[in-house]
Design a binder for this molecule. Structure first.
Ligand code: SAJ
Length: 402
């Protein structure tokens, strides 16, 4: 069967599902995207997007206009089903698999013999077998013979999603060998990177490992930043120097780790192996402590004024995105507003409005501030010079201002 004759149903039209659905649409597949939000469905059907990601607008417009991408609130029959729904945590950092469960239940009535079902959501070890395959089995599907179930974790970096969707190597792990093979064949139709085969549990663990690796390494940088602050050493200069060693590659300190991935996924390992995952859980604690440390720095600076204007630059979880999920900046700004140690004013150039915070143009925030708190190294802030801010107290959590 040629690609043009194959249909795909993508459940979840967020940061992963929408780029994937539109990319597959432009590759010739007939794609139907499903989301629980009528507003998102409506936006996409008009050829528009609801998230900021380079080139996504062009991709969605082209897929929708060519009739290859439709969106709806209900799934449709398809050859391939892709689940790209959130997997947050709940309570004491326990994985919340309710979206995966709901999405699987939702597609179950539409699945037919020969279909491939792929879980792309980052998931704790065992989810593909014990949740997805089990729900489909309980719904009457013969998971040994009739359908193919696999995990292929998404690995794309927000800000580079469209490029990385195609270029990154992918890890595919089926619930059995034939499922792996079928899913690998599918990814090979649109991925230029290598598509690597394994079993579903290893694929799940691989994704968690990648993000935990990064979290642990950022924690090292953040710990260094606390030590260097005490020692009065410029941590960014220190790291640049240490990184000139051929086998040293330290990441960058920041105000904490945000996003829906790195601040979340390590907990999925800890939840299953709490006694063994010591380094991984300590790294989470180190990174989660960093916002409190930043707030304390602002408090100490604010003590020097009667009622300072504290200008917060950036709310997003990292540079040049509009994504606020798990963003340490949001927590810092919220706490500063609550403590009322000064007038807190905020700029986030990637958003025009925010439900909770009033946003001002960054030039205005900088001009009015006594204390400039740089939280995100957005391109709008990277050309700021310390010399231009010399009248103000600068707290640069990203080492962006020279
Ligand atoms: N950060 C630092 N210092 C650094 C690097 C990052 O403080 O040196 C912070 C960022 O500011 C941000 C957080 O870490 O708050 C995470 O940012 P990121 O750019 O490292 O990663 P994400 O969350 O945008 O995307 C990650 C990627 N994983 C890895 O690089 C191993 C991406 O490939 C995954 O697909 C994505 O998680 C995901 O969806 O899981």
């Amino acid at each position: 069967m040629a690609i043009q004759d194959k249909s795909i149903c993508v459940v979840g039209l967020g940061y992963i599902g929408l780029p994937t659905a539109s990319l597959l649409g432009t590759k010739g597949y007939k794609v139907h995207g499903v989301d629980t939000s009528p507003k998102i469905v409506d936006t996409i059907n008009k050829g528009n997007i609801h998230i900021v990601e380079p080139d996504l607008d062009i991709l969605v417009k082209s897929a929708v206009q060519s009739g290859k991408l439709t969106a709806g609130l209900e799934p449709q029959k398809a050859d391939i089903f892709i689940l790209a729904v959130p997997t947050p945590f709940k309570g004491e950092h326990q994985p919340d698999l309710s979206y995966v469960e709901a999405a699987t239940r939702m597609i179950a009535p539409y699945i037919e013999t020969g279909n491939i079902i792929i879980l792309e959501s980052t998931s704790p070890v065992g989810t593909t077998d014990d949740v997805v395959a089990k729900i489909l089995k309980d719904a009457g599907h013969n998971i040994e013979k009739d359908i193919f179930v696999a995990h292929c974790p998404e690995r794309v970096l927000p800000g580079r999603i469209i490029i990385e969707l195609v270029q990154n190597d992918r890890i595919v792990g089926g619930i059995n060998k034939v499922s792996t093979k079928k899913a690998v064949e599918f990814y090979n139709t649109f991925v230029s990177g290598e598509v690597l085969s394994t079993d579903s549990r290893t694929a799940e663990m691989a994704k968690l490992t990648e993000n935990s690796f990064r979290d642990v390494n950022i924690a090292f940088a953040n710990e260094l930043s606390l030590i260097c602050d005490q020692e009065n050493i410029n941590v960014w200069q220190l790291i640049a120097l240490a990184n000139r060693h051929p086998r040293v590659n330290i990441l960058q300190p920041g105000p904490g780790v945000g996003g829906h991935c790195i601040a979340v996924d390590p907990w999925f390992i800890v939840a299953r192996a709490p006694k063994l995952a010591k380094l991984i859980s300590t790294a989470r604690e180190v990174n989660d402590y960093k916002p409190e440390w930043v707030i304390e720095k602002v408090r100490r600076s604010a003590d020097k004024f009667k009622r300072p204007v504290i200008g917060c630059l950036g709310l997003a979880f990292k540079a040049d995105v509009d994504d606020l999920r798990e963003s340490p900046s949001v927590g810092i700004v919220r706490q500063l507003l609550k403590e009322d140690i000064g007038e807190v004013i905020i700029a986030e150039p990637n958003l025009s409005t925010h439900d909770e915070f009033e946003l001002l143009p960054h030039e205005q925030v900088i001009a009015r501030s006594d204390i400039v708190l740089l939280l995100v190294d957005h391109k709008e802030f990277r050309n700021l010079k310390a010399i231009d801010l010399k009248e103000k107290i600068l707290i640069d959590t990203r080492g962006a201002i020279v």
